[in-house]
Write a protein that binds this ligand. Structure first.
Ligand code: ZN
Length: 158
């Protein structure tokens, strides 16, 4: 299952379990490079990673189950619980200790219109940050059939 982004044809690597086209994976790499270069992006960097991961869930495997699980947990804690990025990250790491409880969540039929292509096309930091926030909210929304499962995983005590 691919995201709806359109990307220039490219040959190149893709991720082992976050399945995408090579063009999409390359765009993700360019966006991450942009975010690492400029601290204005630090506030949304983890949302970019989370949104990308859950928009590219791949096929059932231990790694993809854990990846979708931890990234949905961090989206939940950031967008729903309002945790700051560092807090959400700590809580995600803590919840991930219980990842053996995670199960495969059949991806929703639609993963939404926004993709990494929209982030890459943003002009300037303000627009980039706004697009990432919209994209992350979209991704949390499209996975809504599983919000209860994710909240349970997110609240697991160590
Ligand atoms: Zn994609």
């Amino acid at each position: 299952m691919w995201c709806k982004g359109s990307f220039a044809d490219a040959d190149g690597p893709t991720h082992k379990y976050m399945q995408s086209t090579p063009g999409c994976w390359a765009a993700f790499g360019r966006v991450l490079a942009r975010e690492y270069e400029d601290q204005r992006f630090f506030s949304v960097h983890r949302l970019t990673v989370d949104a990308y991961a859950v928009q590219h869930p791949g096929v059932p495997s231990r790694q993809s189950i854990q990846s979708v699980g931890v990234h949905l947990i961090r989206l939940c804690l950031t967008l729903e619980s309002g945790l700051l990025p560092a807090q959400a990250n700590e809580a995600m790491i803590s919840a991930a200790k219980h990842k053996s409880r995670f199960r495969w969540l059949e991806p929703p039929a639609s993963l939404g219109p926004l993709t990494i292509a929209d982030v890459e096309a943003a002009c300037g930091a303000d627009e980039h940050i706004a697009v990432v926030r919209n994209w992350a909210n979209q991704m949390w929304e499209v996975w809504s059939p599983y919000h209860q499962a994710v909240r349970t995983w997110a609240s697991a005590q160590s």
